[in-house]
Design a protein around this ligand. Structure first.
Ligand code: ATR
Length: 283
């Protein structure tokens, strides 16, 4: 679709953003769906966030994604936020509704959607989350909302894991919550149903690293790695060798993007054509 006077602009704001896959995903989707829209990336430093928001409003940019480090800070510039954003405490998608900026969070919802597509049930499950950063936050909150029975959070910086468990227990007092350092010896890994890596361990170029020892995995587990580069991380390789069901990070990335588009355009999109294009592209 050629750019003309009616082309709508969508974008990502964050810092740094030069490696983002979002322009590829959204522009492919816009093209596939015949939308007269384009998606750009803007590197916005923390001190410039307010000016960037003013610019977005003045230029009539229809919607945007927000990434590190603005996901929390953005909230004070918005007119309203969704209940998921309130629960998670962060926004990754904003719709410009005739000058009113409404914030949403599709990270956690994208993750849950990708589980559902793989027929994974969360209710009453024991879940082990590795990491306690932004992604772990969104995922842990949504797993609690979905009715997980127990959530264990292990993180290099243990006090961040403790804080996240406290936050979850504050909202969902009946959930069993535990925390510890990575590869903690105090955790019984044996009966964990789902393991999710939310750390950057194993991400290219450190592709030979895994956040968890292989002998802590067993065939009854589902292992999900939100790292998508490489597609099959060391963790997923280990898990496959142990006979676990595995899911890679590309699904979450695509579903959070598609859910953003559903918010902006109020129509349902299909991820399969984007996936096909993605498979053709080296990244
Ligand atoms: P994101 O939004 O992707 O979650 P983040 O908020 O920066 O990014 O969180 C990164 C996570 O990866 C954190 O849990 C971080 O651990 P710390 O809280 O101790 O910083 C974890 N992480 C990153 N690099 C790591 C490494 N080399 N070893 C262990 N954990 C690491």
């Amino acid at each position: 679709m050629k750019i003309d006077a009616n082309t709508e602009l969508y974008c990502l704001i964050g810092h740094p953003v030069s490696k983002s896959l979002s322009p590829f995903i959204h522009n492919t989707s816009f093209e596939e769906n015949g939308l007269n829209a384009k998606y750009m990336v803007f590197d916005v430093k923390p001190n410039d966030l307010r000016k960037a928001i003013d610019g977005i409003k003045a230029l009539g940019i229809k919607g945007f994604n927000v990434t590190i480090p603005h996901k929390i800070e953005i909230i004070k510039y918005l007119d309203d936020i969704s209940k998921e954003s309130k629960l998670i405490g962060a926004v990754n998608t904003v719709k410009n509704d005739n000058g009113k900026l409404i914030g949403y969070n599709t990270d956690g919802l994208g993750f849950i959607k990708s589980l559902k597509v793989h027929d994974v049930v969360v209710k009453r499950k024991k879940v082990l989350i590795l990491g306690a950063g932004g992604a772990a936050h969104a995922i842990a909150m949504m797993l609690a909302k979905e009715g997980a029975n127990e959530i264990i959070i292990l993180n290099r910086t243990e006090k961040k894991a403790k804080k996240l468990i406290e936050k979850i227990k504050n909202i969902y007092p009946n959930i069993k919550g535990r925390y510890g350092g990575l590869n903690s010896r105090e955790i019984n890994y044996q009966d964990v149903d789902i393991i999710i890596n939310c750390t950057s361990i194993g991400m290219y170029p450190n592709s030979n690293q895994s956040p968890i020892k292989k002998n802590n995995l067993n065939k009854n587990m589902l292992v999900y790695d939100i790292v998508y580069k490489p597609r099959i991380t060391k963790l997923l390789k280990d898990a496959e060798e142990k006979g676990c069901k595995v899911i890679g990070g590309l699904d979450m990335l695509l579903y959070q993007a598609i859910l953003s588009e559903e918010i902006w355009f109020k129509q349902i999109f299909d991820i399969n054509s984007i996936k096909l294009n993605m498979n053709k592209k080296e990244f």
